[in-house]
Design a protein around this ligand. Sequence first.
Ligand SMILES: [Zn+2]
Length: 262
Amino acid sequence: MTLERLRRQKEIPITWAKPAQPEKASLLRAHTPEHLARLEQPVDFDGDTPYLPGIADHARASAGAGLEAVKAARAGESVFSLMRPPGHHATRDRAMGFCYLGNIAIAALEALATGIKRVAIYDFDVHHGNGTEDVLMNHPGVAFFSIHQYPCYPGTGGRNVGNNCFNFPVAPETPRGEYRQILSSAFEHLQDFKPELVGVSAGFDAYARDPLAQETLETEDYHWLGTSFRELGVPVFSLLEGGYSDDLPDLIFAYLRGLEGK
Ligand SMILES: [Zn+2]
């Protein structure tokens, strides 16, 4: 549905690209060798996260798109990865919550390994990015900011952890204006970190009509988020995480328009 929506629109110019296969070394910065081997074994990971034929290839393609997104951002392009499966719940050694590989953590570690000194990750998916936190906690040069409903899946994210993971828990059914203030507060903390590169875990499930959570954001809030990242003045790459309402194409389009200043 999102592909159709984006192909139909004429407001923003889009160049489509396919992901490259990532090097195993890039995946191993974020995951154990045992976890990479486990992805090939035909046994479900948990109730949300099935084994499916070819799932390891899909997960690697999604991670590969994240790596391409970093390159594009560093080349001055505005870039969004529309790939699934998502990644922010995958821990160093475990697939969970629809996530198999930690796409954004893999991308951040690649950036640090290739000359970037300070990377910030901003995660506005309605669920806590526990996997990103697990991989990046106390890693020099990275700061992680997650704004999410709490309590909610996966049950973590109630407080800051390590020296670089900053959690902004939001109660269920928090009024929209208040939610925006919390997003702004996290954004200010991110700016204080003075990142050279920003990765965004862009999940669209804090939307008022999303079936998986109980929050209140509207389409224009995603446009505002896009605009906010544009105005940061540093390279930004965004990777799709969750988003389960039928309005997802419009939410993504609003975010992209914001990123493009339209
Ligand atoms: Zn989510």
